[in-house]
Structures are given as C-alpha cells and as structure tokens.
Design a protein around this ligand. Sequence first.
Ligand SMILES: [Zn+2]
Length: 308
Amino acid sequence: MTLNKGCGNLLKGKYLIVLSLFLLVFNSQVYSQKIINVDSSLHSVLKHFSLFPTVSYPGDAVLVRSITDGVVEFNETKYRLAKKGAEYLAVLPISIDQQTGVQEVLLYPSELNDPPDSGKCQEYLSAKITIEEKAFSTQYLEVTEDQQAMIQNEEEIAKDRQKFLYSIANPTINALFTDSFIKPLDGRITTKFGFTRYINGVLDSRHMAIDIAAAEGTPIFAPNSGRVVLAEYLYLSGNRVIIDHGMGLFSSFSHLSALNVQAGDSVARGEILGNVGSTGFSTGPHLHHAIYVHGYSVNPEQFYSLMR
Ligand SMILES: [Zn+2]
C-alpha cells in the first residue's frame, strides 16, 4: 500500500493518459504523482486501511475498512465511508460484468484533504484487489403457457422496474445497522446467483439473486435493521419487501405469501417481514432474495459471509 499525492485523480480515463503522456514529454514538473514521506501519525492510517477480500470475483462485494473518515474510489466511482462503531466502512460492488485483473482502490482521508471541490491536489492511499474469472452456470426452466405469457408482458414488467428503481433511488448514506447481517431464513439454495436462465428454451435473463426453497409460510427475517422502502404486490415479484440498510446496501425479498411490514417502517434485525409464498412469477414456494450494493446486484451468499 502506498500514500500518494496527485491531481491526476481529478481527470478521468483516457484523457488522463493522454494528458500524462503530454506532460511527461513537455514538462515533467507539472504533473507529478509521487510517493510522499509518511509521518508517524499516518503510518497508523496506512496500517488501518484494508480491503477484504483482496481477491474477488464478478458479482461479489468487497469490504473497505478504515480508521479515518474519507472517500473511496473504485472503477472511477467515489463512495463515502460511513462511520460504524470506531471505524469507517464502505462496501464496494464488483459488477457481474467487471473485467478481470488487478484493480486499484483509492482512499482519500478527509483529514489529509481539502474538500474534493476545492480544486486542490488530493492525497490518497492506494491498495490493490485482484478480480478473478468466475464461471456462471445455465438453468433451463419449464413453465406453463400462462406463465410464459406473463414474462412477455413488457408493460407490467416495466412498471415493476420503475417501482424498484424508485425504491432504491434515495439511499441512506450512513449505516442504519450496528450488528452483523443474519440470513433471512435457512433453506436449500435451488438457484444460485448469476445463472443464465432459459425459460421454455428461450434465453430469458440472468438470475441476479438466490432462490431459497422453504415450505409455504416459513417466516422471513430482516437480515439487519433498516428502513422498509417498498412493501407491495408487484407483477413478477409478487409480494415484495425491500429494505434500505444505509451505506448503499439494500436487501430484497420476493414471492411472499403476505406482507408483515409497510413502506416507511423501521425494522429491527430478525423482525418478521412476511412468509415464504409463491406469489407473482413463481413455480412453487421459495424466497427470491437479492442484495444490492450501490445499485449493483451482488451474490447474497458471499455478502453474508463478508458482513457477518
Ligand atoms: Zn429467483
């Protein structure tokens, strides 16, 4: 890990490369990105900026931990750290379409920097994560004609999508939880995250969630405390609940037999949201469970092992 100082981060992508080359050739003094001497108080910052895991996969999430407040940059997107207990955290989404290879994560500690809009050079720490390739399987699902007609109703599906996007449009910046995440129910995972799905032989979509089989009526628990941002019957999802946990983290629960909560409710970890059902587009009782990190669907299985 290194401590760097530079203005380069204010520019993006190819423009940065072009400009850097230009300045290297014509005036190496103008653009500088150098490792600076680290005084003793900053050694502790360096020591306490960590990524977990450092080897990740498309569709997973990475936890950033820091003892100092600040902003984290990954994939040209900046995420504010949120205070949780004595430390500051951010969860980074690794898109399922993320290119493999080594990626840099930058931390801009607030104590070292003027506000990002000040126009001044920003000091940052950097660390690397390696994204490795992951193979996702294919699932072939047979459904009735009525069900097939259902997934062709683009108007209703677009309405669902709008409601979903609206529900996650204003995430709470700070953590609404203090504990670890618990699984919403115990059960066998029948469809894993990231499966490519064919329905009646036709390519449908990627399964950006997990399906957990459980008997009709099995209670579904809130995996952590938060605020309910959606609790209603949607066309494909059936009875659905979405919880905002803060820090850009949302959990989603579909096909419930009935709803136990309302939009706007604060829920505690372990509170019953509803029960396993088969409402909406579903072939039998199960929980379709998704986790969203800053708008990206991530693998709930990996998320729970990361945030426990
Ligand atoms: Zn599902």
